[in-house]
Ligand binder design. Structure first.
Ligand code: SF4
Length: 224
């Protein structure tokens, strides 16, 4: 039995990357030391005991706050059933979910017919089964000082890179030289904060390199 610190669990539509448009259950884990300045889930960074709450409080959460609960993999699965979620795809995100061993949770979910996906910064070793779809969104040179692990880049099924300026494209190209990916790994560029200049840069770069565009569909249609 493995314990996971959960910030929130909710059902929605995946808005990013290869699974865009897929009905999904999001399991957001608590804790991240990476320190991206533009992070839109800063409420997940700390794991303060004073923010610990019962699961019943977490699953009715309506705002982005740092409260979390400590639950095991079976309890997470039971929550899906009790909440009558219909989605069969589970996105494990954060925070930085790879601070946890995700094997027990993913294996349990697979045994019950769910597919799983992890969204990680690539700064912690990925502990998950082979059939789990791994999205590495490499957070390069962030203030937490964590390096992108070559093993994470090799494991990735897709790379999803947030960009605002040319320097971010250059960073990714350098990283791909230093930490090669598999031949069939997809590369997505994701404009930061829906800025027009970021989006135009992403479109031009995708055309030039035959990469893919990820536009965070959920933010355009106003869902979580
Ligand atoms: S890795 Fe993700 S959760 Fe952590 S600071 Fe960066 S964007 Fe936020």
């Amino acid at each position: 039995m493995s314990k996971y610190k959960i910030n929130e669990i909710f059902e929605t539509i995946q808005g990013e990357g290869q699974y865009t448009g897929t009905a999904s259950i999001f399991v957001r884990l608590q804790g991240c030391p990476v320190g991206c300045s533009w992070c839109d889930t800063k409420q997940t960074w700390d794991q303060l005991e004073s923010d610990k709450q019962p699961l019943s409080t977490i699953i009715v959460k309506t705002s982005d706050d740092p409260t979390w609960c400590d639950v095991d993999d079976s309890t997470i699965l039971n929550t899906f059933v009790e909440q009558a979620y219909r989605a069969k795809h589970v996105v494990i995100t954060g925070g930085e979910p790879c601070m946890f061993d995700l094997n027990p949770l993913c294996e349990l979910l697979h045994s019950k017919g769910y597919s799983t996906q992890i969204e990680t910064s690539g700064t912690f070793e990925i502990q998950a089964p082979e059939q789990t779809w791994v999205t590495v969104s490499p957070k390069i040179n962030m203030k937490g000082g964590y390096k992108i692990l070559a093993s994470c880049m090799q494991r990735a099924n897709e790379i999803k890179h947030p960009i605002a300026r040319q320097v971010h494209v250059d960073e990714l190209e350098q990283l791909l030289i230093e930490a090669p990916i598999k031949e069939n790994t997809l590369i997505y560029l994701q404009p930061i904060s829906q800025k027009i200049s970021s989006t135009e840069l992403a479109i031009e770069t995708c055309k030039e390199k035959n990469w893919r565009l990820s536009v965070q569909v959920h933010k355009y249609i106003g869902i979580s």
